[in-house]
Design a protein around this ligand. Structure first.
Ligand code: N01
Length: 561
């Protein structure tokens, strides 16, 4: 499966040395390029995909849709964008999101700085020149004083190494490398492996189209109902009218997202069982991002008994929807707190299992053994299939950065620095790798709040930092080892104190065999995270070492050499 659609990017000779290299052309890459251009800094962007969009460029499988409300899951930095762009639905579909990316790229003329179909494979920092040498899969190199890694959380797809893939005579696809041309599934026997957010979206979308759908489920998932609807222009204008107030509210919230319900002030255990049902049901029927339910009470992610009550509620809902009691039981998650794994948003997923052409197969009790010429074999049976869809997730959060050979010349590679799990300071910089900003990387809080807000925060932090370096005659910033250790200890402590770390998932690395297991996002709260990052800056970049290396502190001078 290859990527067939592509955009040429900008034309003309490219500078061999720039102020900043930006990796990725998703939310992070585009915003970074825009910010750099506003500052008059030179930049080159690289993107492995054929066009802008990042995760929304790659994940074009049937039913792909955002699970944070469109009005919140978009750029907030630009009043122009907000005024000009209108979302058609409460939860935008992938094609609409891709149109949004194209609009933003055109609006700010960003493509001219980006080389598409170009994967960055190495980035090596030289202490003497104070420059990164960035290498691509085309054999080109470019030098830059700074690197901004907008490589994405969920951009390195994972396919379990099932034996027999090469024997299978039908078609198979990974959800995150879905072809650009239409895939006709009508009249076909289709198998979907995986029931995370992706598998759920695919299953509920393709079931009416295919002859038969077999869903291979290893772990059942807690979900919440999406309840999508169209958005009117009036509604969006009203949102825009109080946008800054909204942003202020969000930045003061643990969850980093607002819903129509106020932030919770009581424990789930303060209500009687009947009151609790009514309280949760009020949120369930309105739908919305899973956080609407996860933050219905203030202790659902902290207290096992409270979380159990929420889990009972969701299981009762599943049993009330699914007709066949055996199937319903299999679809009821039982071995994890709700919210420890990322909770998918569903749009009629459970109803799908009431269709005659859909079968659920438990591959926990009878694991998938291999693909065969005509389908797939589990410990229990053989399934004849024309198409197999791998919705098996990602080497998340660290996979894309670790795929690049990042190192300081003569020093250990990032892979060695992260041998026991990712380490960094404030989710922004890694000790030992100067002038390299990771946007929404491990240790940042956007992953558990709203990724776009996480990206905007990371990019703005980096831009303000560059301004500060220039204004003060510095040209190097590096996280201090001790500060990194303290941050990691704090980050681990807040994860351990909650229920989020109590299940293996892509948050912890448990979905990839052999990957070190650490709870990777910061779970101390979006509000607290922003405050900690701000305080570090206010205290003269506490925990960072700033220096002037060459007497050529103006990056434009360095870049011109
Ligand atoms: O990946 P996942 P995803 N045999 O890792 C199963 C975002 N996203 O692509 O749970 C059998 O969640 C695995 O089983 P188990 C969102 O943040 C957002 O679905 O490990 N099964 C699991 O069921 C999301 O959380 C949207 O037991 C195997 C599935 O594959 C993140 O992306 C939409 C297996 C992988 O689930 C990742 O979601 C889509 C094996 N050997 C995604 N190996 C929005 O709505 C793995 N599995 C915005």
């Amino acid at each position: 499966m290859s990527d067939t659609s592509s955009h040429g990017g900008g034309a003309g000779a490219r500078p061999e040395c720039v102020d900043v290299v930006v990796v990725g052309a998703g939310f992070a890459g585009l915003y970074a390029l825009h910010g750099l251009r506003e500052r008059g800094l030179t930049a080159r962007g690289f993107e492995a995909g054929g066009d802008v969009g990042g995760t929304w460029y790659w994940n074009r499988y049937p039913g792909a849709r955002v699970d944070i409300e469109s009005l919140q899951y978009c750029f907030h930095f630009s009043p122009e964008i907000r005024e000009e762009w209108f979302w058609s639905e409460r939860f935008a579909s992938q094609p609409e999101l891709l149109r949004y990316f194209n609009y933003v790229a055109d609006r700010f003329d960003l493509r001219r700085d980006i080389e598409f179909n170009t994967r960055v494979v190495s980035a090596v920092f030289n202490d003497v020149t104070n420059l990164w040498t960035v290498g691509t899969d085309k054999g080109d190199t470019v030098k830059a004083t700074y690197c901004i890694m907008g490589t994405g959380l969920l951009s390195a797809p994972y396919s379990p190494p099932f034996p027999g893939v090469e024997d299978f005579q039908g078609e198979w696809y990974h959800s995150s490398r879905w072809p650009h041309e239409e895939v006709d599934l009508s009249g076909k026997r289709v198998g979907v492996i995986g029931t995370g957010s992706t598998g759920i979206q695919i299953v509920q979308t393709i079931a009416p189209e295919v002859e038969h759908l077999t869903v291979f489920q290893r772990t059942a998932n807690y979900t919440t109902p999406g309840i999508n609807r169209s958005l009117s222009k009036e509604e969006q204008r009203a949102f825009n009218a109080r946008h800054d107030e909204w942003l202020g509210d969000v930045h003061g919230m643990f969850s980093g997202q607002t819903s129509e319900f106020p932030a919770p002030t009581k424990s789930a255990l303060e209500d009687s069982a009947e009151e609790r049902w009514r309280w949760l049901d009020e949120r369930w029927v309105r739908g919305g991002h899973p956080q609407t339910l996860l933050y219905a009470y203030n202790d659902l992610m902290a207290d096992q008994e409270s979380n159990d009550a929420l889990c009972d509620f969701v299981r009762a809902k599943i049993r009330s929807i699914v007709d066949d009691p055996e199937t319903a039981e299999l679809l009821c998650p039982k071995d994890q707190p709700m919210g420890a794994k990322r909770v998918p948003l569903e749009f009629g997923y459970f109803e799908t299992f009431n269709r005659d052409n859909v079968t659920l197969v438990d591959v926990k009790s009878a694991p998938i053994e291999r693909l065969t010429a005509s389908g797939l074999r589990t410990g229990g049976a053989e399934y004849e299939l024309d198409v197999i869809i791998f919705a098996t997730g990602f080497d998340a959060i660290t996979g894309a950065m670790l795929a690049i050979d990042i190192r300081r010349e003569g020093g250990p590679a990032l892979e060695e620095l992260w041998a026991d799990g990712p380490k960094n300071y404030l989710g922004l910089m890694v000790a030992g790798l100067p002038n390299l900003f990771a946007i929404n990387g491990p240790g940042s809080a956007g992953i558990k709040a709203n990724n776009v807000l996480g990206v905007e925060h990371g990019v703005e932090w980096a831009m303000n930092c560059l301004d500060h370096l220039v204004a003060n005659g510095f040209d190097r910033i590096e996280a201090v080892e001790q500060a990194q250790e303290e941050w990691m200890a704090h980050s681990n402590e807040v994860a351990e104190a909650s229920l989020v770390s109590k299940a293996g998932s892509w948050y912890t690395g448990a979905n990839i065999p052999g990957k070190p297991q650490v709870y990777m996002p910061y779970f101390g709260g979006w509000d607290r995270y922003l405050k900690i990052c701000e305080e570090a800056v206010a205290e003269g970049y506490r925990g960072f070492h700033l220096s002037r290396t060459s007497g050529k502190a103006d990056r434009r001078t360095v870049a011109a050499q």
